[in-house]
Design a protein around this ligand. Structure first.
Ligand SMILES: Nc1ncnc2c1ncn2[C@@H]1O[C@H](COP(=O)(O)OP(=O)(O)OP(=O)(O)O)[C@@H](O)[C@H]1O
Ligand SMILES: [Mg+2]
Length: 349
């Protein structure tokens, strides 16, 4: 039976954040949400590199937010995760799970014994090799997953499962009625990692993890202007892409160039998807993640991908419990909640 409540824990480059959901007869309620910053450099490209500091931040998060449980669903997104479409021989689910390593070993960029595998079936296909299942294979380097798991255990918590961050975003922002057959693109722009998922009615077709994000803009700005990272962050947030008078042309050009590089990468991924997908083309982009809140970014991305771009709201489909957050805080939290909320939703399957 599904748990009555669950907590999703997202370990990001800029902070750890967690959402507790409860699942009742009347739907899902967001009970708690909290976040605590981690020291710069302690999480690199999705992997914990300073476990003591990150565990300390997680402990602090639990103490401050008063979550009701210690078991958590963890997100994973790093450069050592691959997600690709594969075809495997059709088997009943339990047998498929057992045979998966053998079936996909020669398609992995890492030794199969070093990998954690997950398979999301999309459709049955019949061809020269008989009855097959086409689906998305997720393969993560075990060590990169275990590093994050050990850090969470060090903080006194129990990770019960690990899920791809992209699938968490899909659950929190892609859940709509199954009769809604539009294809859409979810893009979560973090500090260093950008997750892209294309889906129709919650069924993923394509996942890409880009090692790019909002911190690339800050780095470029600090270097160009010779300022500290903190100063550059302030300039980036106040300037965005719609610079008014009084902003240094150097700053404007730098933010513009770095944001455009990210837009170009996202567009490249979409062009690749469009060229290989036979179904309805994507109709819109839904944004999440702190990096997506850069002023003017949605409009710039819209120019790049030539379909409407909107900001996603993971709280849209749920009730709000006593989170202790006021409306202004909830609005700030909204883009950051997509991942932890989606991770917690995954526990209710
Ligand atoms: N108002 C703002 N304007 C522009 N950028 C912003 C703003 N607020 C936050 N950001 C940027 O958002 C990024 C952090 O986003 P987020 O918290 O989603 O990342 P993360 O989950 O910690 O990192 P990652 O997923 O890459 O590991 C930073 O690069 C930060 O500079
Ligand atoms: Mg993130």
């Amino acid at each position: 039976m599904a748990a009555r409540s669950a907590i999703g824990l997202d370990i990001g480059t800029s902070g750890v954040r967690a959402a507790e959901l409860s699942f009742g007869r009347h739907g899902v309620t967001l009970e708690k949400f909290g976040q605590v910053a981690v020291p710069p450099g302690s999480v690199r490209d999705g992997e914990v590199v300073e476990p003591v500091a990150v565990a300390e931040a997680i402990r602090e998060l639990w103490a401050a937010t008063k979550f009701s449980r210690k078991d958590v669903v963890l997100g994973i997104a790093n450069q050592r995760v691959v997600v690709r479409t594969v075809e495997v021989a059709w088997l009943p689910p339990a047998e498929l799970r057992k045979s998966l390593p053998l079936q996909v070993a020669d398609q992995l960029p890492m030794p199969v014994n070093d990998a954690v595998l997950d398979f999301h079936p999309l459709e049955e296909v019949h061809g020269p090799r008989g009855r097959m299942l086409r689906g998305l294979l997720v393969a993560a380097v075990r060590e990169s997953v275990l590093g994050n798991v050990r850090c969470v255990e060090r903080a006194g918590l129990r990770p019960t499962s690990v899920d791809l961050t992209s699938f968490a975003v899909l659950r929190s922002l892609g859940a709509r009625g199954l009769d809604d057959t539009r294809t859409e693109v979810l893009v979560d722009v973090g500090a260093r990692v950008t997750n892209i998922v294309v889906h129709t009615a919650g069924v993923p077709h394509f996942v890409r993890i880009l090692l790019m994000g909002g911190n690339d803009l800050t780095d470029a700005l600090a270097e160009r202007l010779g300022t500290s990272l903190a100063e550059a962050e302030g300039i980036k947030q106040s300037t965005g892409l719609d610079a008014g008078p009084g902003v240094s042309p150097n700053a404007v050009r730098t933010i513009d160039g770095s944001a455009q590089a990210l837009v170009d990468e996202i567009r490249g991924s979409l062009d690749y998807f469009r060229s290989s997908f036979a179904g309805t083309p994507p109709e819109r982009v839904v944004l999440s993640g702190g990096g997506s809140t850069l002023r003017g970014f949605a409009a710039r991305l819209e120019q790049g991908v030539r379909i409407p771009v909107v900001q996603g709201n993971p709280m849209q489909t749920m009730r709000l419990g006593r989170t202790g957050l006021d409306d202004a805080q909830l609005a700030l939290v909204q883009p950051l909640a997509a991942v932890p909320v989606g991770l917690a939703m995954g526990a209710n399957r």
